[in-house]
Design a protein around this ligand. Structure first.
Ligand SMILES: [Zn+2]
Length: 318
C-alpha cells in the first residue's frame, strides 16, 4: 500500500517537474495567461510549487481538469461555427499531450471549459490514452466529428456520467453509450432540449438514473416524454430552465416560440414519483431571467466566471 502511494506521489512530482522543465516557458506563460488567477509570470512558479506540494498529499492524476482554460477563437457563420487561433491550439496540444503521457492511462475524470475547442485529433488521442474514464464534462463539440465521438465512447467501457451539449439529434451518441457503457447512469445537457433529443434519449438510455437539464430551453412535449419513458429515473433537475411552447400567431398565421418560466402542472404531477425533482419557482431569480433572455441557450461568457459549473445535483456540480 505504502509503495503504491509513494509511486503515485512520485508520478505527481515527476509530472510537475516535466511541465516546468520540458514545456517552453513561453508556452507556459501562454497557457497560464488564460487562467485569470495569475497576475504575473512569477505567479506561475508559485502555482507549480504549490501543486507539487499538494501532489505529495494526494495523487492528482485521476482527474484532468481544463475547466479554466479557454481557446482563443472567433465565431463563424458556417460549420464548425468557430475559428480557433493556431497558437491557442498548439498551447492546448502541448499541455494535453504532456499530461496524457504522464498520466499513464489512469485518468477517470475529464473536464473541459465550455469554450475550449479541442480538434477531432486531440479528442481521439485523448480518448485512446484515457481508457478508464468514468466522467466526461465536455460541451464544445464544434470540431469533433461523429466518428470521433463514436470511437471515444466505444473505448470508454467504464463511462458513468457525461455532460454534453444540447445537439439536435444525439441518437448516434446514445446508441454507442447503450452498447458499450453498461454502468452509464447520469447525464447533464447544456443547451436546448427538443422532442428529437428526448426520443433518442428515451429509446437508447431507458435505464438512466440522473438527468440535469438546468438553465436550458425545454420543450414541454420533450419533458413529458422523458418522464413517461425513463421509468428508472430517480433525479431530475430543471432549475432555471425556461419552457418553450409553440403558440399560434394570428397576425402572421404561423406558430411562434414562446418562452415561459411556468412549469406545466402535468409535469409536476409526473415528476412527483422521483426521489429528487429540482425546480426553481422564484419570480426574482436572476438565473431564470438569464435563461429566458438568452432564448434557452445561456451565453455563459456574459456572466460570473465559473457559474456554469454549478448544479443542484451534487454529483454533477464541479
Ligand atoms: Zn431560477
Amino acid at each position: 500500500m505504502e509503495s503504491k502511494k509513494s509511486s503515485a506521489v512520485e508520478n505527481g512530482v515527476i509530472m510537475w517537474n516535466f511541465l516546468l522543465k520540458e514545456l517552453d516557458n513561453g508556452v507556459l506563460v501562454q497557457i497560464f495567461k488564460h487562467l485569470d488567477i495569475f497576475e504575473s509570470t512569477s505567479a506561475i512558479q508559485r502555482f507549480t510549487e504549490a501543486l507539487t506540494k499538494a501532489s505529495t498529499v494526494q495523487p492528482v492524476w485521476e482527474t484532468l481538469d481544463f475547466s479554466m482554460l479557454k481557446s482563443e477563437f472567433v465565431k463563424t457563420p458556417s460549420e464548425p461555427f468557430v475559428w480557433v487561433n493556431s497558437g491557442s491550439d498548439n498551447t492546448l496540444y502541448n499541455l494535453l499531450f504532456g499530461a496524457l503521457k504522464l498520466s499513464q492511462g489512469k485518468i477517470k475524470t475529464l473536464i473541459f471549459h465550455y469554450n475550449l475547442y479541442l480538434t477531432n485529433d486531440q479528442f481521439i488521442h485523448m480518448a485512446v490514452r484515457c481508457p478508464l474514464v468514468r466522467r466526461l464534462v465536455f460541451v464544445s463539440w464544434n470540431r469533433i466529428k461523429r466518428m470521433g465521438i463514436r470511437k471515444a465512447i466505444r473505448g470508454w467501457k467504464d463511462l458513468e456520467s457525461m455532460t454534453m451539449p444540447g445537439i439536435y439529434n444525439p441518437r448516434y451518441v446514445f446508441e454507442e453509450i447503450s452498447k458499450h457503457c453498461k454502468n452509464f447512469r447520469e447525464l447533464k445537457v447544456m443547451g436546448c432540449i427538443g422532442i428529437q433529443f428526448a426520443y433518442a434519449l428515451t429509446r437508447c438510455l431507458p435505464n438512466l438514473k440522473v438527468l440535469s437539464l438546468r438553465c436550458s430551453g425545454l420543450s414541454k412535449r420533450a419533458l413529458i416524454l422523458i418522464l413517461n419513458k425513463l421509468k428508472h429515473l430517480e433525479v431530475l433537475n430543471i432549475s432555471h430552465s425556461c419552457h418553450v411552447e409553440l403558440v399560434p400567431d394570428p397576425y402572421y398565421e404561423i406558430e411562434e416560440y414562446k418562452f415561459t418560466g411556468d412549469i406545466d402542472p402535468i409535469i409536476i404531477e409526473k415528476a412527483s414519483r422521483l426521489r429528487e425533482f429540482h425546480t426553481c419557482i422564484k419570480e426574482s431569480c436572476i438565473m431564470c431571467k438569464r435563461t429566458r433572455d438568452d432564448d434557452g441557450l445561456v451565453r455563459w461568457f456574459k456572466y460570473e466566471e465559473g457559474i456554469w459549473k454549478h448544479d443542484e445535483v451534487s454529483s454533477l456540480a464541479l
